[in-house]
Design a protein around this ligand. Structure first.
Ligand code: ATP
Ligand code: MG
Length: 478
């Protein structure tokens, strides 16, 4: 059911809006100020927030910013007094929101709701929910926000599983490029010979098998944001070309001497400090300085232990939802983690960070029979750090002279599917072949079925469903 949150300090306004929207089939929560609204939002993750601007404590603008940081799928409508219009217009630059001047005509409000929901759906397609309120995490989010307002390139350095990609998407969502593409490329997912073409594209006939010309990620990201994941693994031979592309925003497709110009923001991520790679001669110093215009580092989970319980409960809710990632998802029963278990989780070391915690909770939920999960989950959910740490790292291919083309092809399909978590459409896009070809190759090479790839992490498009908890609150029929 659609969930709406109304925040207004005027009781009459709250009641009127609540009644009207309930009649339209919305499940409505109300709050008397921004602070209460934010607390309710964090529990309910509503798809729509309608808020007054002037409220005591946290005002409507602040509420809007916090909501947008947490969820790209939530639409926000500000109800503003006549004098606040310029502020509202300014605030609206940040994503899927709109404003109406009070007194509000309900028909106009309904129209605005329809439009912002449509926009939120579009913006939020590939965004995810951000959980955590520890000072270290909020500081990182603040920095990401500041960076988003600029157009500079960004380097995110953080341990594995800390949310680098999540933050990169947040930056894109909050930037002026938000309506343009967000394209991600994992630099470890391709052998050197293919990586260059993935980045910069190729001309027809550039190499054996290049039957048609194809743009690279730099070109498909034009206008938007390009995420270069694991940039530290970029082969040295390719680094000068990347440097030129970053400096001049121009490059040539492989096998072509026609220069392509692009207007993009580049966000690079690395698990290992790039400075060390520079010291070891594996990464060019000039490229490092060029990428490191705005550095952002994300705290490992051990430095934000205060967020562990909130994250764990969020994942428990997610994995209890029916049919999520193969868990039984007892319908209507949300698995709960006992206080003792939460306390123990806060004391654990999490070398695989949030991803490892999510995997642990997933296992615990899958093995439970619904209801409360206690500390015994730590026993049957014994962590396997080495597996978790490598869960997303694609295998490197074993290509040597004499290897048959068929085997090389098999490895390439297997590796690409691994890097996309089994997503065939994405693999088809990466390989520049049709979806049908990917399906046929999966069958031909006997590659694992789709579900085997899932490492159990929430997919952005499933997350919202899981958060619709089965509240018993009734709504009025139209
Ligand atoms: N604050 C958070 N709130 C909710 N989910 C999170 C948060 N941080 C991370 N996650 C989840 O944890 C997983 C790992 O996050 P992400 O892929 O962004 O990390 P990463 O740093 O890019 O990892 P890697 O180094 O392995 O590429 C994802 O499923 C992500 O949705
Ligand atoms: Mg990543």
């Amino acid at each position: 059911m659609k969930r709406l949150l109304i925040a207004d300090d005027d009781a009459g306004m709250r009641a009127a809006l609540e009644a009207r929207f309930q009649r339209r089939g919305w499940l409505v929560d109300v709050a008397v100020n921004g602070t209460e609204a934010l607390a309710k939002f964090r529990e309910g993750l509503h798809s729509l927030v309608i808020t007054d601007v002037r409220m005591p404590g946290c005002d409507g603008f602040e509420l809007m910013r916090a909501v947008q940081t947490s969820s790209g799928r939530t639409a926000v409508i500000l109800l503003t007094a006549y004098g606040c219009v310029p502020d509202a217009v300014e605030a609206m630059r940040n994503g899927a929101c709109d404003y109406l001047v009070k007194p509000v005509c309900f028909e106009k409000l309904e129209l605005a709701v329809e439009q912002v929901l449509r926009r939120a759906e579009k913006f939020g397609k590939d965004t995810e929910t951000l959980i955590g309120h520890s000072p270290a995490w909020e500081q990182a989010i603040d920095r990401a926000r500041q960076a988003a307002a600029t157009d500079a390139d960004i380097l995110i350095e953080a341990e594995s599983g800390t949310g680098k990609e999540l933050i990169a998407r947040l930056i894109h969502r909050l930037s002026r490029r938000k309506q343009e593409p967000f394209i991600a490329l994992n630099c470890t997912a391709f052998p050197e010979s293919l990586l260059e073409s993935e980045l910069f594209g190729h001309a027809r006939g550039a190499f054996t098998g290049a039957v048609g010309a194809r743009p690279g990620k730099f070109e498909t990201a034009n206008g938007g944001t390009l995420l270069l994941d694991e940039v530290g693994e970029m082969p040295l031979a390719l680094q000068p070309k990347l440097l030129r592309a970053l400096q001049e925003r121009e490059f040539d497709r492989l096998g072509s001497n026609q220069t392509v110009h692009v207007d993009i923001r580049v966000i690079a991520t690395t698990n290992r400090p790039l400075e060390a790679a520079v010291g070891e001669g594996r990464f060019r110093a000039d490229l490092y300085y060029r990428l490191n215009v705005i550095p952002i580092s994300l705290p490992p989970l051990r430095d934000r232990a205060g967020d562990i319980a909130e994250l764990a409960e969020y994942f428990a809710g997610f994995y209890s939802a029916p049919g999520i990632n193969g868990t039984h998802g007892t319908v209507g029963t949300q698995a709960r983690l006992s206080g003792e278990l939460l306390a123990r989780l806060e004391e654990q070391a999490w070398p695989g960070n949030v991803r490892e915690l999510a995997n642990f909770v997933r296992r615990a939920v899958a093995l439970s029979r619904g209801g409360e999960i206690g500390v015994e989950a730590l026993e049957h959910g014994k962590r396997q750090p080495e597996k978790i740490l490598s869960s997303r790292a694609p295998r490197s291919p074993e290509w040597k002279p004499g290897l048959s083309l068929g085997e090389m092809e098999r490895q390439l399909f297997a590796m690409t599917l691994e890097s996309t978590g089994g997503n065939r459409a994405r693999a088809a896009e990466l390989l520049g072949v049709s979806l049908r070809t990917v399906r046929n190759k999966v069958r031909e090479f006997g590659l694992p079925p789709r579900d085997n790839y899932r490492n159990g992490l929430p997919r952005a498009d499933l997350r919202n469903n899981s958060l619709q908890n089965n509240t018993s609150k009734e709504h009025l029929c139209p």
